[in-house]
Design a binder for this molecule. Structure first.
Ligand code: SF4
Length: 64
């Protein structure tokens, strides 16, 4: 599973990081720091929850 994030559209409310700081790393200003994430095994549900938590709907889950 992968996560793709439309980084430029992030509004920096850190909802995703509240679900998992490990998966959804923020920069110093609180915006998402990465645009593509390989989801480690066992973290798939956190990834899905993080995607659902984003009010901007810019986190896309790519099931492989
Ligand atoms: S929840 Fe969405 S808008 Fe908020 S920091 Fe994460 S990616 Fe950005």
């Amino acid at each position: 599973m992968k996560i793709r994030i439309d980084k430029d559209a992030c509004v920096g409310n850190a909802r995703c990081a509240a679900i998992s700081e490990v998966l959804f790393q923020l920069d110093d200003e609180g915006y998402i720091a990465v645009s593509e994430i390989d989801v480690p095994e066992g973290m798939e549900e956190l990834a899905r929850r993080g995607a659902r938590s984003c009010p901007e709907k810019i986190i896309e889950i790519i099931e492989e």
